[in-house]
Design a protein around this ligand. Structure first.
Ligand SMILES: Cc1cc2nc3c(=O)[nH]c(=O)nc-3n(C[C@H](O)[C@H](O)[C@H](O)COP(=O)(O)OP(=O)(O)OC[C@H]3O[C@@H](n4cnc5c(N)ncnc54)[C@H](O)[C@@H]3O)c2cc1C
Length: 470
C-alpha cells in the first residue's frame, strides 16, 4: 500500500480529495503571492483521524501542511513543495458553551464568525474581530495568534485561549482542553502552539474565553491633521472614557479614496478632506454614561486641534458603515492594483516618528509609489503598505518587494519594533528573520521545533529559519 493510500484509508471516503477542481482554491492564497501543489487534500472529521494521519506522516517522513480558512497573509497554509495538505474544515463542531463560566469549546475548523455568533446568541462576546472573520477559522487564528481590531482592550488571540487540544507529529494527542482562568501547574504548554503557524502540531479544538456583551457601543470617525495628533487623541480619549476604548484605527486620506472608489455603498462621512483619519470605538455598560464622556472628550479634542472634525455614529447601521471604511481597505488596495505590504509594530508612542522616517526612505527607492499606511495605532501596529504609482498590475514594482521590505524592517529594528505584528512569519519572512532576531533566540526556536517535530514534517521551511552553513 502506498503512503497516500494509507492516508486515504485513515480518513475514509469523505475525508480526502484528489479532484483538481476541489484542490484549486486551497493551493493559492488571497493575494495570489504564493501558489502550491499537493498530491492529496485530507479532510479529517475527528481528532482520531488527525492522529492517524500524523502517525503515518511521522513514520513515513511525509511532509504535511495544515490549512484552516486559507486567509493567512504570509503563505504558511500553502503546500509550496508538494506536501500533503490537511484541511480542518470538517473539524467544525461547537462542543460546549458554559454560560455562567463564560467559556466556549469549539473545534479548530469553526469559522471566527460562527464563534462570534455562538457567543452573541447567549448575550456574550468573543472579542476577536478581523476583516477575514467570515472565512478564517479559530484554529488558524490560534496558529497565527491573530490580532485584529480589538487588541487594545482584549489582547491578541493568546489572551483569549484557555485550553487547547493538539495533535503532535507521530499522532500523540495533547489533551489540554481546560477552561481555567488560573492554572500554574507547570509549563503552560498551550502557549507554545499559539502563534506556532502549524509548525509544532495540529490544533484540533480550543477552549475560549468569553466576555459580557457591552450594552453601549460608541463609534466615531475623526479627521486628524497628523499621526502625532492621532497619538495625542488616543491618550485623550482613553482618559475621557476611563480606558473603555476598544478600537483605535488610523488611516490616511488615500485609503479612504481607494475604499470609496472601489467598494459599493461607501462614502466619505465628512464634508471636507483631511490628510489622516481615526476610527474609534468605545464600549461599556449602560451605567457608565459612556456616550456623554466620549462626546465631551471628542469636543475637547476638536477645540484643542487634535482633531478637525468628527462624526459620531447615531445608529448601529451608521457604525457599521464607518467600520466598512476601515475593513475594506485591504480589498480596495487589491482592486487598485499592485501593492507591497508590511505588518510591523513599534512602541505606540513611536508610530509618528516611524512613519516620518520610513515613508521617505521607501520613496527614495521607489519614487512615485503611493503610501497607504493604516492600522491599529492603539496597538503600535501599522500595515505599512505601498501601492504602485498607477493603478493596475506592475511586475517591475512588485519585483522590488524584498529590497523595500529590508529598508522598512531595518527602520523597524532601529525603533525596537517587530517585523511581524500579527500576520506571522510563514514563508514570506523566514529568510529575513535572522537579520532581526538574535542567534540565541533563533536557536531556542529551533530547539522547540526539534522537540515537538523531530523529523520536520509539519510546515517544513516555514517560520523557523534553518541554520545557515557557510
Ligand atoms: C482581508 C483580510 C484581513 C485580515 N485581517 C487580519 C487582522 O486584522 N489581524 C490578523 O492577525 N490577521 C488578519 N488577516 C490574516 C488572517 O485572516 C489570519 O492570519 C487568520 O488567523 C488565519 O486563519 P485561517 O483559518 O485562514 O488560517 P490559514 O490561512 O489557513 O493558516 C494560517 C497558518 O496557520 C496554520 N494553521 C491553520 N489552522 C491550523 C490548525 N488548526 N492547527 C495548526 N496550524 C494551523 C497554517 O498552517 C498556516 O501556517 C487578514 C486576512 C485577510 C484576507
Amino acid at each position: 500500500m502506498t503512503v497516500l493510500d494509507r492516508l486515504k484509508d485513515a480518513v475514509g471516503a469523505k475525508g480526502f480529495s484528489e479532484d483538481p477542481a476541489e484542490l484549486a482554491p486551497h493551493l493559492e492564497e488571497w493575494r495570489s503571492k504564493y501558489k502550491g501543489h499537493t498530491p492529496l487534500l485530507l479532510k479529517p472529521a475527528t481528532v482520531a483521524e488527525v492522529s492517524a494521519v500524523l502517525a503515518i506522516c511521522q513514520e513515513t517522513d511525509t511532509k504535511l501542511v495544515t490549512q484552516g480558512g486559507n486567509t493567512g497573509l504570509v503563505g504558511g497554509q500553502i503546500p509550496l513543495h508538494g506536501e500533503v495538505l490537511l484541511s480542518t474544515k470538517r473539524l467544525n463542531r461547537i462542543r460546549h458553551l458554559d454560560e455562567s463560566g463564560m467559556t466556549l469549546t469549539v473545534e479548530a475548523g469553526v469559522t471566527l464568525a460562527e464563534v462570534q455568533h455562538t457567543a452573541d446568541d447567549k448575550g456574550l462576546l468573543f472579542p476577536l474581530s478581523l476583516a477575514s472573520e467570515g472565512s478564517c477559522t479559530i484554529g488558524g487564528n490560534i496558529a497565527t495568534n491573530a490580532g485584529g481590531t480589538h487588541v487594545l482592550r482584549y489582547g491578541m488571540t493568546r489572551a483569549l485561549v484557555l485550553g487547547l487540544e493538539v495533535v503532535l507529529p507521530g499522532g500523540v494527542v495533547l489533551e489540554m482542553l481546560r477552561s481555567l482562568l488560573k492554572d500554574n501547574s507547570g509549563y503552560d504548554l498551550k502557549q507554545a502552539f499559539i502563534g506556532s503557524e502549524g509548525t509544532l502540531g495540529v490544533v484540533t479544538a480550543a477552549s475560549l474565553r468569553l466576555f459580557p456583551k457591552p450594552d453601549i457601543m460608541v463609534t466615531a470617525f475623526a479627521a486628524v491633521p497628523s499621526p502625532a495628533a492621532a497619538l495625542k487623541l488616543l491618550g485623550r480619549m482613553q482618559h475621557a472614557t476611563s480606558g473603555m476604548l476598544s478600537a483605535f484605527e488610523l488611516m490616511p486620506r488615500i485609503a479612504l479614496e481607494f475604499v470609496t472608489r472601489h467598494i459599493d455603498g461607501t462614502r466619505d462621512p465628512l464634508p471636507s478632506p483631511s490628510p489622516w483619519y481615526v476610527l474609534m470605538e468605545a464600549t461599556g455598560g449602560k451605567h457608565a454614561n459612556l456616550t456623554a464622556s466620549f462626546e465631551d472628550g471628542m469636543a475637547a479634542a476638536i477645540e484643542d486641534g487634535l482633531a478637525t472634525d468628527a462624526v459620531v455614529a447615531a445608529s448601529q447601521a451608521q457604525a457599521q458603515a464607518l467600520w466598512k471604511l476601515r475593513e475594506s481597505i485591504s480589498e480596495s488596495q487589491k482592486r487598485e492594483g499592485a501593492s507591497i505590504k508590511h505588518d510591523i509594530s513599534v512602541p505606540v508612542a513611536a508610530i509618528p516618528d516611524f512613519i516620518a522616517k520610513a515613508t521617505p526612505a521607501v520613496l527614495a527607492v521607489m519614487p512615485g509609489a503611493r503610501p497607504v499606511s493604516f492600522g491599529h495605532l492603539g496597538d503600535g501596529n501599522l500595515h505599512f503598505n505601498f501601492n504602485s504609482a498607477a493603478a493596475g498590475d506592475d511586475p517591475a514594482f512588485l519585483s522590488q518587494w524584498d529590497e523595500i521590505q529590508q529598508v522598512v524592517h531595518d527602520i523597524v529594528k532601529e525603533f525596537g519594533g517587530s517585523i511581524s505584528a500579527e500576520h506571522g512569519i510563514g514563508a514570506m519572512k523566514v529568510a529575513a528573520l535572522p537579520r532581526y532576531k538574535s542567534h540565541e533566540e533563533l536557536d531556542a526556536m529551533r530547539a522547540l521545533k526539534a522537540t515537538f517535530d523531530p523529523k520536520n514534517i509539519l510546515n517544513p521551511g516555514k517560520t523557523v529559519p534553518p541554520v545557515l552553513r557557510l
